[in-house]
Ligand binder design. Structure first.
Ligand code: NAD
Length: 285
């Protein structure tokens, strides 16, 4: 068992709320911190929504367990109070390097020496932030996937400075909150998940945008020939087309051609994926 008892999550957005709620659902005392009381009020609604989702989607959550988890969450917009007795702080604030760095600098001054810091960043490396934490030996990444109750990987990735016992402690903790811990032995942009998923999605897009095959046929080949449940365009629809479009527009000339194809054929027609009822496929609202 890990020696972690009190967990503070910074950021109550899409992932922060899920991480905090899942941690409370697993029996831990959790403090959910965000920047001001107005955001906190919104967060309370988001957490109540998660309790409803768990009640309907998670085995064993009905009959009070999902609501009981809410009683273990304390909300705070006071960073000093939020981290005063934290064993572990999980940071899930926006993916902006400077914001993360200044947050770690502030955090280091306020958190006790015992506190481990973990970032949930998807695209930044922990070594981009470690020198701002004041405690690189107690800093690493713990990366969750969206919809943590269902897609429950916990990728754990340290820097060369992360103490091995801290790494092991966080691997243990990830298991305690219902994640399947995935230790990553060396720093790798994209962890395991995105190192596999991004090239796969790009390859699908190349085939369709290059006129080699149609999106539905690309997906069919992948499903039938490998037995996998979903092809790349089914993933695109779930992720939403805006994020890949934004990433591609910042890329080289070829990436920009792929972006233009997405824009002309889908985005300009409001086909953004599951969220808008249509992307590469149509969905019942
Ligand atoms: P989000 O925009 O939904 O939420 C960010 C939250 O952080 C907001 O509630 C915001 O008020 C709060 N915030 C802003 N500045 C803050 C500060 N200084 N201190 C504390 N809170 C602050 O973002 P998100 O999608 O939840 O992403 C958060 C992190 O999780 C990012 O690093 C992202 O890469 C990572 N992540 C996201 C996903 C995803 O699917 N959305 C998946 C895995 C990892």
């Amino acid at each position: 068992m890990s020696s972690i008892t009190n967990v503070t999550v910074l950021g109550t957005g899409v992932l922060g709320s899920q991480i905090a709620y899942q941690t409370a659902y697993s029996g831990f005392q959790v403090t959910a911190y965000d920047i001001n009381d107005e955001v906190i009020e919104g967060a309370k609604k988001r957490f109540a929504g998660l309790a409803e989702t768990y009640t309907s989607e998670v085995d064993g959550a009905a009959g009070g367990k999902a609501d009981e988890a809410l009683t273990r969450v304390t909300f705070s917009s006071d960073l000093a109070a939020a981290v005063a007795d934290a064993d572990l702080v999980i940071e899930a604030i926006p993916e902006v390097l400077d914001l993360k760095r200044t947050t770690y600098e502030a955090l280091d001054k306020l958190a006790p020496a015992k506190t481990i810091f973990a970032t949930n960043s998807s695209t930044l490396l922990p070594s981009d932030m470690k020198d701002f934490t004041g405690r690189p030996e107690k800093f690493l990444a713990l990366h969750f996937a969206n919809r943590v109750w269902k897609f429950n990987t916990g990728e754990v990735m340290g820097t060369a400075d992360t103490a091995p016992e801290v790494f092991d402690e966080v691997v243990e903790f990830a298991g305690e909150i219902g994640m399947v811990p995935i230790p990553i032995h060396k720093e790798k942009a994209g962890y395991v998940l995105n190192s596999l998923l991004v090239p796969f999605l790009n390859a699908g897009l190349e085939l369709a945008a290059g006129g080699y095959s149609d999106p539905h046929d690309v997906d069919k080949v992948w499903r039938i020939a490998t037995g996998a449940p979903m092809g790349p365009f089914q993933f695109y629809d779930i992720i939403g087309l805006t994020t890949p479009y934004n990433i591609l527009t910042n890329g080289d000339e070829h990436a920009q051609q792929l972006a233009a194809w997405l824009k002309e054929n889908y985005i300009d027609q409001g086909k953004l994926g599951v969220a808008t009822g249509e992307g590469f496929y149509r969905y019942d609202k």
